[in-house]
Design a protein around this ligand. Sequence first.
Ligand code: 5AD
Ligand code: SF4
Length: 466
Amino acid sequence: MDFNGEEPNIFEGISTAGTGNGAKVYLETYGCQMNVNDSEVVASILLANGYSITQEINEADIILINTCSIRENAETRVFGRIDLFGQVKKNKPSVIIGVLGCMAERLKDELLEKKKIVDLVVGPDAYRELPTLLRAAESGQKGVNIMLSADETYADISPVRLDKYGVSAFVSIMRGCNNMCSYCVVPYTRGAERSRDPQTIIHEVEELVRNGYREVTLLGQNVNSYSWSESKGMVKHTVNFADLLEMVALVSPFLRVRFSTSHPKDLTNDVLYTMAMYENICNHIHLPVQSGSDRILQLMNRKYSRNSYLNRIQAVREIIPDCAISTDIIAGFCTETELDHDLTLSLMREVGFDFAYMFKYSQRPNTKAARHLVDDVPDEIKSRRLTEIIELQGKLSEESKKKDVGKRFEVLVEGTSKKSDDFYVGRTTHNKVVVFPKEASSIGDFVLVEVTSCTPATLIGKIVDE
Ligand code: 5AD
Ligand code: SF4
């Protein structure tokens, strides 16, 4: 799943007429795409209850921070933000400060004890309670709910979209995770896996198409284990991820479909055949490998081997010859030796990933690894190995981009380039970012772009006729 640990997503100002008190909420989001989508659900719940959204922290009556626990530095960053919100509260004591999401779930007591300025602590399955909890906070109590749910999917809530251009939207298809990778805090903060009713997913996608959206990304911690069963009379009908992907692709041929994240142990050929069959399903798969060493994969409880991962890659290459593959890699997991690390580097070369998110192992309290393994790779060694991984991926990403120079790609125009108002930015089916002069195109168009050059992070091109 894409991670944006550095820059928060902040909602643009929105207001609605409502039954509530019109109080202004400032909402800042850290972490994965799922968190971004959760904030869209939160905004929807708040707007429906008469709150409004502001992007000016100093104007806010309520400051909410949707948080991530995946690595220690994500949490440190949020603690820093909470201290800053404390400064805002000094000048305006009536301001309510709320912590949402994974850190709320994991650190409720610590937040309430150590950060006295926090009025509201709400876990990922309790957002429907926000209006009630806010009222409690407004009357001077602490508003707390971190109950995890076996069935909450917010299926009936239409998220308020963060993408100001209205081109690309996230659609959550499931919540939680049952995998118990030994390093990962997600099963504890987001609870058990549950899939969302496919009909509600299709309705949401249809609504997006009606509103002019041109791309959806289906989100789940492990989309390949999506499963929804329904009994019609005596017959039990099950929708798996390949079925759902096809249903979404069929909503409109003009809607691009992406998904994230796939677990290598569950990626079936059926999903790959569905991707190959529908033009509008993008040729990109995010398949986190984490390590190239069987010994480490086993300690991580990933339930696949280096060989079986490579078999999946081979299946992708055979079934969808023109498919980009990205991954996640962790450097310096417990007991990792130089040999294990070299196996990660050699696997990266063997696959030739187009893109990767790369992290230093960060021990998370109460996970299996924290309980049963020793975080024994010294920090300097973790850093050095991570640097080697990043450098190698830099070369692989560059090679992958250089191969695109001279080729033409259909690009969805997603917005104006941050660097120049004369350029648009969009992505290819392979999820590669392309920058090109605007010419006569508009945001939301599909245009044919010829790639003329590339930088380490971006393709550069120009619009061409068919
Ligand atoms: N330390 C470092 N990276 C982690 N990830 C998950 N947990 C940890 C951790 N404790 C990474 C994995 C996962 C991605 C979302 O975050 O690579 O795929
Ligand atoms: Fe964490 Fe593993 Fe679940 Fe991903 S699949 S959220 S890494 S436990």
